[in-house]
Design a protein around this ligand. Structure first.
Ligand code: VG1
Ligand code: CO
Length: 637
């Protein structure tokens, strides 16, 4: 028999409605009526077979949306296979007991709501008791992390986030699923490895047959009883996230500063999940005008934009900030906003710019660290107790950490590695590194207020820095600008010129061949015999990055190939090569370039210009053009 209908009309406080009378209705909860059919029969065990290629990458599993939709028969149960494997893994980690409470939310991309319906059925059929779905189905990744940690005292044991993050959405584009564990952190490698193993042997999954869809737009606190023991509850997407940001920053002071003449901001939501959160916080809580927001309405195809907040894809914001696509200034007017920011599809990344001034993510992180006194989350505790960056990010943070004598870590790419450091006390009862500050060159910045990078947090950190920098500036006087803050930082610490070349959709064999060549010739081989070229740049050494987690002792290898160089005048520089773990087709080669410059008179140059000769030297040495056939990168950030 089937659960044939979750009958349409919502009824207030449903009396015990089953033949067993097993429900105990809660007051003030609106429930959809569940038919009198014997509920256990609604759960069906459906035969399936493994589908190849379900290995989660740097953050979740990303595939073309048609794959998830099961357009081809072979992928018919793509979502179901993945979710069944996921919750089986979660149950295994929970001492063999099915987890009780899970959040299911997405960034609003094409297939978001259909996937929520499928997932809720699989979860309910497996006995997950409380399934929390945000009203409207949309929540940013940082908001999910906050809700896992804080809602009902941290009752959720996980969060399933439907997003391919900064990858485009819509038909023919990407969809993805990330999983975050009970402290709100992205699932670690042990988890994703075990999940993947299960996808290779799966033979059946559980789901509910028939039944109406859940009304995702229903009022907050509406509950839908899917089986005798499992219910979906519609939750407020904003509550915990707003609360946690209030604990990090001084909202009253920011509200006053928002009124300051000359202090205008512009936030670009790129039609992703961050938009509604920006509206709620920047406009409703802090009082910035609506005109401070652009593209803050989520769209299934992100308005056909590529929701990756960098100089290329956030072109409209970049132009409004008086910037060229290489980050150099095109000149500003009085109308140029003092502070601009953009988020990616799931609201965890940030681009920061001032009027005519692009701040690289690595610089932004270092500047936030140096200005910790301006941010209550850090100042309340006398400063950060630990800081970290991903290995390919620039060393701008390192020099600040050294000057301030803060424990510093360099981790592999991906937020999951920061999670252990932030949780060293909370989860592992070891030395406490919180408050913790961390970030990646790929426009990710955050702290231990949650266990994810957080786009809006980064923007509020910059509002706080500017507020502090202007505390002694009288009204009517020109404000200390983002450019002033950045220039002062460089004169204090020197500038780490930095940029990244991405070669997207490269043939995978060619990409692997190039990485192997670097490994054998420049890492394992003897580079001392390789002389400088015409530019005078000489390779000094090569190394493959691996990481021993200082908290749980696990080792992660093959995390990037690092080539160290020396310019003719002795200045050190480096190039790092990595293959992306977030693409959905072919391979993406990332080349990260960095050069330190102490001389203030040279700080004004645009980064891609300052790094061109290094780029040419590195590309030549690794035979990138010959092996991949690519003359130019897809994008430089
Ligand atoms: C990229 C970034 C990495 C980031 C990851 C997830 O990974 O380089 O720094 O953590 O995306 O971000 P990769 O493997 O493609 O280099 V998100 O906002 O896409 O979840
Ligand atoms: Co993202």
């Amino acid at each position: 028999m089937r659960l044939h209908s979750l009958v349409a009309a919502a009824v207030a406080i449903l009396p015990s409605a089953t033949s067993t009378g097993a429900f105990s209705p809660q007051p003030f909860v609106v429930r959809k009526h569940v038919s009198d059919t014997c509920l256990s029969s609604a759960v069906a065990e459906i035969t399936t077979s493994p589908i190849a290629g379900m290995k989660p990458g740097t953050s979740g599993l990303r595939k073309k949306v048609e794959v998830w939709q099961g357009v081809d028969d072979a992928n018919k149960y793509y979502v179901e296979n993945f979710i069944q494997s996921l919750i089986d893994t979660a149950a295994e980690n929970n001492g063999g007991k099915m987890i009780d409470t899970v959040i299911v939310a997405g960034d609003g991309r094409y297939f978001n709501n259909e996937a929520i319906q499928i997932i809720c059925k699989v979860l309910a059929a497996n006995g997950v008791k409380s399934i929390w779905v945000p009203q409207g189905g949309i929540m940013s990744t940082p908001a999910v992390s906050a809700a896992i940690r804080m809602r009902e005292g941290g009752a959720a044991q996980g969060g399933i986030i439907l997003t391919a993050s900064h990858n485009p959405g819509g038909p023919g584009e990407d969809f993805g699923i990330k999983y975050n564990e009970e402290y709100g952190q992205p699932a670690g490698e042990d988890f994703t490895d075990a999940l993947y193993e299960k996808t290779t042997t799966i033979s059946s999954f559980k789901s509910l047959e028939g039944g109406d869809d859940i009304d995702i737009g229903a009022e907050v606190n509406t509950s839908f009883q899917l089986t005798e023991e499992s219910a979906v509850t519609i939750i407020d997407p904003f509550a915990e996230y707003v609360e946690v940001l209030k604990s990090c920053f001084d909202f009253d002071a920011m509200r006053a500063f928002a009124q300051r003449p000359g202090f205008t901001i512009l936030f670009d939501g790129m039609h992703g999940a961050g938009g509604p959160f920006a509206k709620r916080i920047l406009v409703e809580e802090l009082g910035f005008p609506e005109s401070s927001l652009m593209r803050c309405d989520p769209k299934p195809d992100f308005g056909k934009c590529h929701p990756d907040p960098n100089l290329t894809y956030a072109a409209e914001l970049v132009k409004k900030m008086g910037l060229d696509s290489d980050g150099s200034s095109l000149g500003c007017t009085d109308a140029t906003p003092a502070l601009g920011a953009a988020n990616d599809g799931d609201g965890d990344r940030n681009l920061i710019a001032g009027a005519g001034c692009f701040v690289t993510p690595s610089d932004s992180l270092a500047i936030i660290c140096d200005n910790w006194k301006a941010i209550p989350h850090f100042s309340k505790a006398g400063g950060p107790k630990g800081v970290a960056r991903s290995m390919p990010s620039s060393a701008a943070l390192d020099v600040v950490a050294e000057a301030l004598d803060i424990p510093f870590f360099s981790t592999p790419t991906g937020w999951k590695f920061f999670g252990n450091l932030m949780g060293s006390k909370e989860q592992f009862d070891q030395r406490d590194y919180t408050p913790f500050l961390c970030g990646e060159e790929s426009f990710g910045t955050g702290s231990d207020h949650i266990r994810e990078k957080d786009g809006l947090w980064a923007m509020l950190a910059w509002v706080s820095i500017l507020m502090d920098a202007n505390k002694d500036v009288a009204e009517g006087e020109p404000l200390v600008s983002v450019q002033d803050v950045v220039s002062n930082h460089w004169s204090k610490y020197g500038r780490h010129f930095y940029c990244r070349y991405d070669y997207e959709a490269v043939d995978s064999d060619a990409a692997n061949k190039m990485m192997d060549l670097i490994r054998t010739e420049l890492v394992a081989g003897d580079v001392s015999s390789i002389g400088a070229d015409d530019s005078g740049i000489k390779i000094v050494s090569g190394e493959e990055f691996s990481y021993i987690d200082p908290v749980d002792g696990s080792t992660t290898s093959k995390q990037g190939l690092i080539l160290q160089f020396e310019f003719e005048n002795g200045d050190p520089a480096r190039a790092v090569f990595r293959l992306s773990g977030t693409g959905s087709a072919g391979a993406t080669i990332r080349m990260y370039l960095e050069k330190f410059e102490k001389d203030e008179s040279k700080h004004g140059e645009a980064a891609p210009v300052a790094l061109r000769s290094l780029a040419d030297r590195a590309i030549g040495l690794v035979q990138l053009k010959q092996i991949t056939g690519r003359d130019a990168p897809t994008v430089i950030t």
